[in-house]
Design a protein around this ligand. Structure first.
Ligand code: FAD
Length: 486
């Protein structure tokens, strides 16, 4: 016989909001506490990481996990996916080679094929044989000479701006096109909010900060003390989920738990390339992280807007931006310089200096991009990395005792695997029936009204001080186009 359970979730980032949607859809009574004004307002996300091809340094096992989890993420949140592929280029200046990337791409392609064999609904990245394609210099020279993109197949059409805009002498061959899509964080925040508002069994408490958590004397759950718009309140729960992001250590500190973790502050820059009208793919120019030639990432949005990462200490990474717990504390301590940025924002000079550096970093490969301008403040934030490997990219959740889960995602795509593990624990406690229905979870997000979602995403984007175009995505219907044209 199923018991009724009350679950508290602290933190409404992608982890907390997603587990709230999953548990809410399964009929559990959920209260989501979020200190900020809206959901998914913390560190940004723009890559789905369907195969982890941005990270040469991580293991094949992590890449396979990211592929599997990304496919589930697309099935959960189809309306927040930016359906554009990623181009991977290895610069001439880099010590690596494109050939070194090919064995892993083959492995990922085979794994994708197996996932589709297991369940045809997993084919969210297109046909498995199209997972990646290789382009020689001659291929790109040919595409450059085509008068318009209509004459190219769907994949080749994505390569036309690359062929025309990238300095073809600056990269090694082959250049790789891979079906790694994007995530739109504003649409994600909007989708989760709208889905949760439709559920009768979920309570969404915004501008509400959890101040103290104590175990009930009989260990049957937790008493959560919180401040809702300045008013102090208290409520009892049967299960507690810590989804407080980089502040997870503070919740652990309230409960007396200690685990090793890192916290890292990073930023991505928002630019506009006014004269550019072509539809670009994402482009990743590989480079050694933390050096002046660190990876450059060029992420397109509609309207000539581009989000940039540069894995150097003067662009995305920061000197002392990565900190680890010391044995005496549960929460890694970021320097006051970063806390000020998180709480008060950036000075105009800092925005200008780092964004200009990001533009110059990308213009080494796309010369005409030099004319791009600063469009807004950066997208930035701090995130946690559990354990003692700062290069960990695939992580989900850990547990303490029977009634406490700690969300530990490093990439947004891990949220469904994370939620599944938590749902298993709730099943063991008798709060969920043995067999819960996956389709009910997917239905809670796929049934959302597109106009309402789009309107709310734009509102979130503008309220947070970003150009409205960042709430839009390429609805390229890539997969349908490929079927028709290639
Ligand atoms: C520059 C940058 C780029 C990135 N790009 C990508 C990418 O392309 N793809 C990707 O998958 N990942 C990316 N990431 C990582 C991704 O942003 C994080 O993994 C993800 O946002 C973590 O989500 P979360 O829900 O765990 O934490 P958060 O988003 O930090 O959410 C935690 C929430 O908890 C709330 N909170 C904390 N304490 C309390 C409290 N006591 N009471 C109430 N609320 C509280 C906070 O207000 C916050 O909203 C990037 C990170 C950075 C910094």
């Amino acid at each position: 016989m199923k018991k009724s359970g009350k679950v508290a979730i602290v933190g409404g980032g992608v982890a907390g909001a997603s587990v709230a949607v999953v548990l809410g859809a399964l009929g559990i009574g959920v209260t989501l506490f979020e200190a900020g004004e809206s959901l998914v307002s913390g560190p940004p996300m723009c890559h789905l990481h369907a195969g982890g091809n941005l990270y040469r340094e991580i293991s094949d096992a992590q890449c396979l996990r990211l592929l599997r989890e990304s496919i589930e993420f697309v099935r959960l949140y189809p309306g927040v996916i930016d359906y554009r592929p990623t181009v991977i280029a290895v610069p001439i200046e880099d010590s690596g080679t494109p050939e070194a990337l090919l064995p892993r791409l083959g492995l990922l392609q085979r794994a994708y094929k197996e996932l589709i064999t297991l369940d045809s609904e997993n084919a969210v990245l297109g046909e498995s044989e199209d997972y990646y394609r290789l382009y020689s210099r001659e291929d790109l020279e040919h595409l450059r000479s085509l008068p318009d993109r209509e004459q190219a197949g769907a994949f080749d059409a994505w390569m036309i701006p690359v062929a025309r805009g990238v300095d073809l002498d600056s990269v090694q061959y082959p250049v790789i096109l891979v079906q790694e899509f994007g995530i739109n964080m504003f649409r994600l925040g909007a989708a989760a909010t709208l889905a949760l508002r439709q559920m009768e069994n979920t309570t969404l408490l915004m501008k509400t900060s959890v101040e103290l958590i104590e175990a009930r004397e009989d260990e049957s759950g937790w008493i959560v003390s919180y401040k809702e718009e300045g008013e102090e309140k208290q409520e009892g729960f049967d299960y507690l989920i810590n989804a407080a992001g980089f502040r997870s250590g503070m919740i652990d500190a309230m409960l007396g738990f200690t685990i090793p973790r890192f916290v890292e502050f990073k930023a991505a820059y928002v630019t506009q390339w006014r004269e550019e009208t072509q539809r670009w793919p994402e482009i990743v120019f590989h480079g050694e992280r933390g050096t002046p030639r660190g990876m450059a990432q060029f992420t397109p949005y509609p309207g000539g807007y581009f989000q940039l990462h540069g894995m150097t200490k003067t662009i995305t990474l920061f000197e002392d931006g990565l900190v680890q717990c010391d044995p005496s504390s549960k929460q890694p301590k970021l320097d006051a310089f970063f806390i000020r940025k998180l709480e008060e924002g950036w000075s105009k000079e800092e925005v200008e200096e780092r964004t200009r550096a990001a533009i110059a970093h990308v213009a080494r490969f796309i010369p005409a991009f030099e004319s791009a301008t600063v469009a807004s403040k950066p997208l930035y934030g701090a995130q946690q990395i559990p354990g003692d490997d700062p290069e960990l990219r695939a992580a989900e959740v850990s547990f303490e005792g029977e009634r406490y889960a700690r969300c530990e995602i490093v990439k947004a795509s891990s949220v469904l695997a994370m939620s599944d593990a938590i749902a298993d624990r709730l099943t063991r406690l008798g709060y969920l029936s043995e067999k819960w229905d996956r389709e009910r979870i997917f239905a809670s997000l796929t049934g959302l009204d597109e106009d309402e979602l789009s309107h709310y995403a734009k509102k979130l984007c503008v309220t947070r001080g970003y150009p409205e175009a960042l709430a839009s995505r390429t609805v390229n219907r890539l997969i349908a186009e490929v079927k028709q044209k290639d």
